[in-house]
Design a protein around this ligand. Structure first.
Ligand code: KG4
Ligand code: ZN
Length: 345
């Protein structure tokens, strides 16, 4: 019997994503991003994102179907991000998914965005190891999770208490005169710099919780740059970028490895937009190897928000016979990470 074909829809932030997955096979991944429309504001503007989702939704799904060479009628189930994310943006995807599910008379899985970030790794590296620890770092979230089973049991270990890691990248980039989103240009600039040039603070790196804090680091970078400018000295952009990046990668990888040890877990999965970061990837692989932990990081295109990750989780849920969401399920901007499928309780 062939595995069910699942359409995944993602609209939690500024990417309108539609993906098609059968089992662990990715058939299509179509993404329309409104990031350029937010650039001049230096961050995502919720109303602008919602409108862009509305305009891109049907065309993005149609593009995914065409790329996969399948007809809408062949889809066996619909998965959509129910939360967490921007309320108005989520609403567009959830309404679209309900319409597809109703029109096709197929099950609807309103799923958790963070669980989808983990499940996507199955498309690249096969079945997820159980249990695993997941580090999810993006513009909207920085979470450390214990994942006994992505289809049913995802437990929070820690999260950022202020800025998300990606948000810190975006703010430091702005300070250094780089465009939004700031991750890629800071990463690129850092390649030419020395990560040990400036000893920026490591935030909550020494405490014994698995929470993160990046607001102090961001302020320290701002102060350091301002002091140089006020003294009429040039700002060594590459060294600032590399030293900031080293602080972020150090804290994230250290906490992730400690979490693995604390829970006796030998598998770490990293996802989210910041997982595209070259230093984070290198340091994570170095530290995991030293600790005997197997590391899995999807390719950058699957780390950022996309529909394939939602389809990947939907396909897993369907294959396991998990109860679908009711058609009156609501988008929930603060959906708890423990709720993998929304609307079941
Ligand atoms: O997962 P994502 O596409 O969207 C959400 O925020 O959910 O992540 C976007 C974030 C942005 O803050 C961006 O600056 C960051 O990921 N990012 C990076 C890199 N590429 C993207 N941060 C560091 N290094 C990168 N290479
Ligand atoms: Zn995300």
């Amino acid at each position: 019997m062939t595995a069910p074909l699942v359409l995944g829809i993602e609209t939690s932030c500024d990417e309108t994503g539609a993906g098609l997955v059968r089992g662990h096979d990715l058939l299509a991944d179509s993404v329309a991003s409104s990031v350029a429309e937010h650039a001049r504001f230096g961050g995502v503007v919720p109303e602008v994102a919602s409108r862009a989702h509305l305009e891109a939704m049907v065309a993005t799904v149609d593009r995914a179907l065409a790329a996969a060479g399948v007809k809408l009628a062949e889809v066996d189930g619909i998965a959509v991000t129910a939360g967490p994310g921007l309320a108005g943006a989520l609403l567009v995807g959830v309404c679209a998914a309900k319409a597809y599910a109703l029109a096709l008379d197929k099950p609807l899985y309103a799923v958790n965005h963070l669980a989808a970030h983990i499940a996507v790794d199955q498309l690249e590296h096969g079945p997820l190891p159980r249990p695993a620890v997941a580090l999810l770092v993006s513009g909207g979230h920085s979470s450390l999770l214990l994942v006994p089973d992505v289809a049913g049991e995802v437990l929070p270990l820690g999260a950022t208490i202020d800025d998300a890691a990606g948000e810190a990248y975006d703010k430091v980039a702005r300070l250094l005169g780089m465009p939004f989103p700031g991750g890629p240009p800071v990463d690129a600039a850092a390649r030419g710099g020395d990560g040990s040039a400036i000893a920026f603070p490591r935030g909550k790196y020494r405490d014994d919780t698995f929470d993160f804090s990046f607001s102090g680091l961001k302020t320290a970078v701002a102060r350091w740059v301002e002091t140089r400018r006020e003294a009429g000295l040039p700002v060594p952009v590459a060294d600032v970028a590399a030293s900031f990046q080293e602080a972020v990668a150090d804290v994230l990888t250290r906490k992730a490895v400690t979490a693995c040890h604390a829970h006796g877990v030998m598998n770490l999965i990293i996802g989210g937009g910041v997982a595209a970061n070259s230093r984070l990837r290198a340091l994570a692989s170095e530290r995991c190897e030293a600790a005997g932990i197997a590391l899995r990081v999807p390719r950058p295109g699957l780390c950022t928000d996309n529909g394939a990750m939602v389809a990947a989780l939907g396909a897993e849920l369907m294959a396991r016979g998990v109860t679908p969401s009711p058609l009156d399920v609501a988008a929930d901007s603060a959906l708890p990470v423990t709720e993998v499928v929304a609307g079941l309780s």
